[in-house]
Write a protein that binds this ligand. Structure first.
Ligand code: PLP
Length: 402
């Protein structure tokens, strides 16, 4: 039996069609696109085509608005740093408490450098309060950076509305759309979004390529200075295979988006219903009525997400947990904390993120395995007694976060 991959918000399989398309650019078509000979010209032409494909997927007005970078994190950093450098008199940033570390870590660093960072809070379903946002907008703010969709819960933010509000206040608006591109139809030319980040490896392109969309006329300062690549907006010889692969990925995303939004969400919904029906004391986190079609984040109360993942891995199922285990601690994720998910549930969150490569048979296999795993772990849990959760489990152990 094949292993089941349901961790597509972490990274995706490169589409075989993309692999075929980029292979010649490792061998016979290896030129540097800046070179003035046929080797360079052929690759330059392929990059132009890729830029057009990205433009079309994003609904951008012009292909010159597409700047290729190395990843989503670089695009996020470039956007935020550019806004600060271009407007040195503005010392405030607005973002949210649930951004990816690509934005939050940079903002925390900038706070140590004297900038004021306003982090908008979310409610129990991970939703923002636009009144709180409106109060923060002023001519002291250099940039607003708000993700289009959350990587852990899939919750979608009203970025088009927020960009309009920023524009009316004369503030630059950036969105980290790393999880949204290819899943949500976009027509950026009709929005007030000034800058947008995307990452190739989240939409079946290779790793090591990203895009910063820069609306025409947006004040800009490059992060990487050097050669004249990307019209002087991002120095460094282009990752030609990555960019060409991303172009094909954008074409495929256009083609599959409707499929993803119907069949993938059907699989996701069946997974949700199948698990919740069999596992007591479990619930979906985030905004179930407004989330990415592929994402399901379930909190299994009274057990650890990592333990669930390990046992799922043993039976060939790959997903991810919300805990920041990479930091060496088992703290619940900042997203779960921000939503106020109780301690005994925030530790037990598991994110299933599907793609067009998943099948209903796989979904049924996961539904068959997960309840047994959860029951097995609950037997070992200090919060769990002979007949279910112990009395006052919240008070049984001191919470590690306030
Ligand atoms: N932003 C979001 C919302 C993400 O989910 C990720 C990756 O998980 C990133 C940014 C960073 O992207 P990259 O890995 O391409 O740097």
């Amino acid at each position: 039996m094949n292993d089941i991959y349901m961790d597509n918000n972490a990274t995706t399989q490169v589409d075989p069609e993309i692999v075929t398309a980029i292979l010649p650019y490792f061998t016979e078509q290896f030129g540097n696109p800046s070179s003035l000979h046929s080797f360079g010209n052929k690759v330059g032409f392929a990059l132009k085509k890729a830029r057009k494909s990205v433009q079309e997927l994003l609904g951008a007005e012009h292909d010159s608005e597409i700047v290729f970078t190395s990843c989503g994190s670089e695009s996020d950093s470039t956007a935020i740093m550019s806004a600060l450098k271009a407007q040195p008199e503005r010392k405030e940033i607005i973002t949210t408490v649930v951004e990816h570390p690509a934005v939050l870590t940079l903002c925390d660093y900038l706070a140590t450098e004297g900038y004021t960072v306003h982090k908008l809070t979310v409610d129990g379903k991970g939703r923002l309060d636009l009144d709180e946002y409106a109060k923060r907008l002023s001519d002291k703010v250099a940039v607003v950076s708000v993700m289009w969709a959350n990587n852990e819960t899939g919750t979608i933010f009203p970025v088009e509305k927020m960009a309009e509000m920023a524009d009316e206040a004369g503030v630059l608006f950036h969105t980290d759309a790393v999880q949204a591109v290819g899943k949500i139809p976009m027509n950026l030319q009709d929005t007030s979004i000034h800058m947008l980040s995307l990452s190739g490896h989240k939409l079946h392109a290779p790793k090591g390529v990203g895009v910063l969309y820069l609306k025409r006329g947006t004040r800009f300062r490059p992060l990487l200075r050097g050669g004249h690549q990307e019209r002087g907006r991002r120095a460094g010889t282009e990752n030609t295979t990555g960019i060409i692969g991303l172009g094909v990925a954008c074409d495929l995303a256009q083609k599959y988006m409707e499929y993803e939004n119907t069949l993938v969400s059907k699989m996701r919904d069946r997974l949700q219903e199948g698990i919740l029906a069999q596992v007591p004391h479990s619930f979906v986190t985030g905004d179930v009525n407004n989330r990415l079609p592929n994402t399901l984040n379930i909190a299994f109360e009274y057990i650890e997400g990592e333990a669930i993942l390990l046992l799922m891995n043993k039976v060939g199922i790959a997903a991810s947990s919300g805990s920041a285990c990479t930091s060496g601690s088992l703290e619940p994720s900042h997203v779960m904390k921000a939503m106020g998910i109780p301690y005994t549930a925030a530790h037990g969150t598991v994110r299933f993120s599907l793609s067009r490569y998943n099948t209903m048979e796989e979904v049924e296999r996961v539904i068959a395995e997960v309840p047994t795993i959860v029951a097995q772990l609950r037997k070992l849990s200090p919060y769990w007694g002979a007949n279910g959760p112990i009395e006052n489990p919240e008070q049984a152990f001191a919470p590690v976060y306030a």
